[in-house]
Design a protein around this ligand. Structure first.
Ligand code: ZN
Ligand code: ZN
Length: 572
């Protein structure tokens, strides 16, 4: 055997040595073994060779969205990340370092819709998480749909569907490409983070119901949960995760990238009385299990659920490409509550990095390194907490929108004798009462002219304009382009109020949010890894709308029907 092993390493010195030592029959017997092994090597390949064969198409596409992950978080915590998580993708895959959102508002619903449709609110119709619906005169939620009911819990959290999304997703196109043979499953802690990426024709979408702590779905997809989901639910993992306090992963003094744990601008969890670690998680006054979404343990639950889904649904094991979309939302809940400069945020990213490392190792063993394709991005970035920015002399602030709306109504009432001209102020847009305007012979220009003197005195408001006359405004062309992608005639308002950078609408001084047209909300990570993806950095400008056409190009399928993106070069 020693001769054979040395031969396969082409070590002829050892061969000569063995010939001189062994008798001829012995050599013949050893050579027999050698040729036998050579034969099996050529026909069946070694384990190492098997994983180096790259198939024509990936067996599984894994789309990962990290909710609220700003681009710089890749680097701010880099020294503390493991080699197997974010850094595995950064170092071994393609790191697109200049990827920007190209519409407004940068929220979760539009973000997930855009990533997977390659399209923008003007065309895919996902103009926000909630918007004013002129036909019913009410606010509507992006995925609510009372034609369907919850499967997996006794509440309304599953009355959902992707039907308000007007265009196809790349996941739809994959299903269309092979007569619906590919399996597509979407999962997230948030309903919209699971439903929109999976598309209209998905096999399933699952999200976490705060009332029951169960993974649930909608009757849009099925009428009963699969056994494997029921088995996961029976473990009551949300309850278990909330039974212990949230402590930092590392000793707290090592979180030198973040601000002090004790400050006046972080929010307090409903189970806790303070902003500092350790955070008490039991006895929440909220909807029972929603709190787990506000901790890194929600992300770990999601990662484990993803692994279970891949195994139980046998994803990546058929002759066609399957697709799983995974959206990690705890980063967003934690980010809103404590802000992006908090130890809580840093701890959530360090723990997510460990979860990613575990997920990637699992994919290696389940499918083999070259058989899956991963992309990782975010649905938007985030603003610093305004009070934190102000503490460091950086301009920022909160616009109290309900007070602003009251003032605008009063002004219009004093001029036109009617308080009903504004139907809604949402997503920084005024929805005007068109019937009343016709009766009173008032135009949008008239309304705007009455409001401008007041708005010009308001802190944090940069500009205001008639949405139908976007091209007549004096705002920079790049922002005009973003806004042109944003307005859907049936779902958007009449007048837009644009805020200054680091200013956002709110109702209190603690915590933070996102939604703006500026870099802190638009610049997100985009990492590609696996299958035929080359390694290296890509510094060119790409838009978030480029992800779906790029995947379509790699899979040789038609891009989504509302796609406006371009293909990013990823293979050698
Ligand atoms: Zn989000
Ligand atoms: Zn958010």
């Amino acid at each position: 055997m020693k001769v054979v092993l040395n031969l396969s390493g082409i070590n002829f010195h050892f061969l000569l040595y063995f010939i001189s030592v062994f008798t001829l029959p012995k050599i013949i017997s050893e050579l027999k073994i050698f040729f036998l092994l050579l034969f099996s090597f050529c026909f069946f390949g070694s384990p190492a060779q098997k994983s180096s064969v790259v198939p024509d198409k990936p067996k599984l596409v894994v789309g990962i969205v990290v909710d609220q992950m700003r681009y710089d978080f890749l680097y701010r915590y880099e020294s503390k990340y493991s080699e197997g998580g974010f850094k595995r993708l950064m170092n071994q895959g393609t790191n697109c370092k200049n990827v920007q959102y190209n519409y407004f508002p940068t929220y979760t619903g539009p973000g997930h819709a855009c990533i997977y449709t390659g399209s923008v609110p003007a065309i895919n119709g996902i103009v926000s998480n909630d918007w004013y619906d002129r036909t019913t005169g009410t606010m509507v939620y992006v995925t609510s749909d009372n034609n369907y009911k919850t499967i997996g819990a006794e509440d309304l959290s599953g009355n959902m569907s992707p039907q308000k999304m007007l265009t196809t997703t790349v996941t739809d196109q994959l299903r269309l490409s092979n007569n619906f043979k590919s399996k597509v499953i979407g999962i997230s802690l948030k309903d919209r983070g699971a439903i929109l990426p999976a598309g209209h024709s998905a096999n399933a979408a699952y999200w976490l119901d705060g009332q029951s702590g169960n993974w649930v779905t909608s009757s849009y997809y099925m009428n009963d949960l699969p056994l494997w989901v029921k088995n996961v639910n029976a473990q009551q993992l949300a309850k278990k995760n909330l039974s212990q306090p949230w402590e930092t992963l590392l000793p707290i003094e090592q979180y030198t990238e973040s601000t002090s744990d004790s400050n006046s601008y972080e929010s307090v969890l409903p189970s806790d009385k303070k902003t500092t670690f350790p955070h008490r998680l039991s006895d929440s006054t909220w909807v029972k299990f929603d709190l787990v979404k506000y901790t890194p343990f929600g992300n770990t639950m999601l990662k484990d659920f993803a692994k279970e889904a891949i195994q139980s649904e046998n994803l990546g094991k058929s002759s066609v490409t399957d697709f799983i979309t995974i959206s990690f939302s705890a980063t967003d809940y934690v980010g809103h509550t404590f802000g992006p400069n908090s130890i809580e945020s840093e701890d959530t990213y360090l723990r997510l990095d460990k979860d990613l490392s575990d997920l990637f190792s699992f994919l290696d063993s389940w499918l083999g390194k070259n058989n899956y394709l991963i992309f990782l991005t975010a649905d938007h970035g985030v603003s610093p907490v305004p009070a934190f920015a102000s503490e460091h002399k950086i301009p920022a602030g909160v616009i109290y929108e309900s007070a602003l709306l009251d003032s605008m109504k009063k002004i219009l009432n004093s001029v036109y004798g009617d308080t009903g001209l504004i139907l809604s102020y949402s997503n920084q847009q005024l929805y005007l009462n068109h019937d009343l305007m016709r009766t009173k012979k008032i135009t949008t220009t008239d309304v705007l002219a009455q409001l401008i003197p007041f708005l010009n005195t308001q802190k944090g408001i940069y500009d205001e304009f008639d949405i139908s006359k976007l091209n007549e405004t004096t705002i920079p062309a790049s922002i005009k382009n973003i806004l042109g992608n944003s307005f859907n005639p049936k779902r958007s308002g009449d007048i837009m109020l644009l805020y200054e950078p680091y200013w956002f609408g709110g109702f209190r001084e603690r915590g933070t949010t996102h939604g703006a047209v500026y870099s802190y909300d638009t610049h997100v990570p985009l990492l590609w890894y696996g299958w035929k993806v080359k390694s290296g950095d890509d510094n060119s400008l790409h838009h978030i709308t480029d992800i779906s056409p790029t995947i379509s190009n790699l899979l040789n399928i038609q891009e989504p029907n509302g796609s406006i993106g371009e293909v990013i070069e990823l293979t050698k």
